[in-house]
Design a protein around this ligand. Structure first.
Ligand SMILES: [Ca+2]
Length: 385
């Protein structure tokens, strides 16, 4: 089914976009085509576990993480669970009881979560859940499938210099373990957390002590020294999750989706001198095919980097995903700029998204995964270099 759709859509894309048949890709006609992965457009629900992910329903999925094994993990935000799609495309509840609450320890599928926003790989046969409303980061031991809560206690800002389990965070929106180098290896020494309402990046070391890695804590915009730099993440009465971070490796450092500054920031791991790599600061949708530094973004909430040094930006209120190439030019790779929904198999730059919030990446197949939040779906597109 997917193959048939992919071939027909690929031929259509070839006719419209690549008039010269020599430029058509004879190997992979799925490239550039947006496919559904999970969820039904416009249908919020919590159904379908044990069956095909394409027939399941989701509730405002916030992010998606692809593992090298081929498994996919979906942060099913308003269902308060993490769902897993296996290599055969079957979906199941992986973590979270489905009851909104705050379970500190116990079996993964019985633990209560409250609006989780992220899941990331650890270095010790574990996965880490960013449990946003609970202001905690929870660990799943994959050998025992049991959960513990080593980071966070309640909403606030405290605990730097001491153990992370009694420190306060305020709506942590992503947690990134270790330090992923160009080979994909993870060095198990640190975890970085975007501490959204504190407008800071926190760091937890191997001894499980917490500190502040970057951000003065003042909401605003300032580049420079780590403790003087300012970020502007969503806060206020009912913020959406934002300010997610990822590793960049050219040079090594953290990339930050600085959501309310409409910019992407970079923090080199060695100097911690914060600077801007994309966005003028003005909310808008402009600048494609030119320098990302001169482009307008609108409320970017997530960012990632491929091993080819491409940076992908979840440009949420523009309803698109954009790519900053290795020479610093920005392009739209999915979405049209208009909120909506399009049929499975539409060329990605002709397909509408609705308020995408999180993106994931599978390096082996160069597949971009998109949490298409307001469509209650996860989608994917393979991208050429
Ligand atoms: Ca992500």
């Amino acid at each position: 089914m997917l193959v048939v759709l992919g071939v027909s859509a690929g031929v259509m894309a070839g006719c419209s976009d690549f008039g010269d048949p020599l430029e058509q890709d004879p190997v992979d006609s799925d490239e550039g085509i947006l496919f559904d992965v999970a969820g039904i457009a416009g249908q919020q629900g919590n159904g379908g576990d044990g069956g095909a992910a394409l027939e399941a329903t989701l509730a405002f999925p916030q992010d998606v993480t692809a593992l090298a094994s081929g498994e996919l993990y979906i942060v099913d935000y308003m269902n308060h669970v993490i769902r897993r799609i296996d290599q055969a495309g079957t979906i199941s509840r992986f973590a979270g009881s489905g009851t909104q609450g705050d379970g500190l320890s116990g079996p993964a599928d019985q633990i209560a979560l409250d609006r989780p926003v992220g899941i990331s790989t650890g270095a010790a046969n574990d996965l880490w859940i960013t449990d946003w409303m609970n202001c905690k980061v929870k660990r799943i031991d994959l050998a025992t499938m049991s959960v513990s809560t080593p980071i966070g206690t309640s909403a606030g800002y405290s605990g730097d210099g001491g153990p992370a389990n009694v420190a306060q965070l305020n709506l942590p929106s992503s947690a990134l373990f270790g330090y992923s180098d160009i080979t994909g290896a993870i060095f198990p020494d640190k975890m970085y957390i975007s501490d959204q309402v504190n407008h800071r990046i926190r760091m937890v070391d191997a001894q499980m002590n917490i500190t502040t890695f970057a951000g003065s804590g003042v909401k605003g915009f300032a580049n420079g020294e780590w403790d003087e730099a300012q970020f502007s993440f969503p806060d206020g009465a009912s913020p959406i999750p934002g300010g997610r971070i990822t590793w960049g490796h050219h040079p090594y450092g953290l990339l930050v989706a600085d959501t309310e500054n409409n910019r992407i920031r970079f923090i080199p791991d060695d100097t911690r001198q914060v600077f801007t790599i994309a966005g003028t600061g003005t909310a808008g949708y402009s600048g494609d095919e030119a320098r990302a530094f001169d482009a307008e973004l609108n409320y970017p909430t997530d960012v990632l980097m491929s091993l080819d040094h491409e940076i992908f930006v979840c440009d949420t209120y523009n309803h698109v995903v954009r790519k900053i190439d290795a020479v610093g030019h920005i392009h739209t790779v999915a979405g049209t700029g208009v909120a909506g929904s399009s049929p499975d198999g539409t060329p990605a730059t002709e397909a509408m998204l609705n308020t995408p919030s999180g993106i994931g990446w599978d390096e082996a197949t160069r597949t971009l995964y998109i949490a298409d939040t307001y469509n209650h779906q996860v989608k994917k597109v393979k991208l050429r270099r």
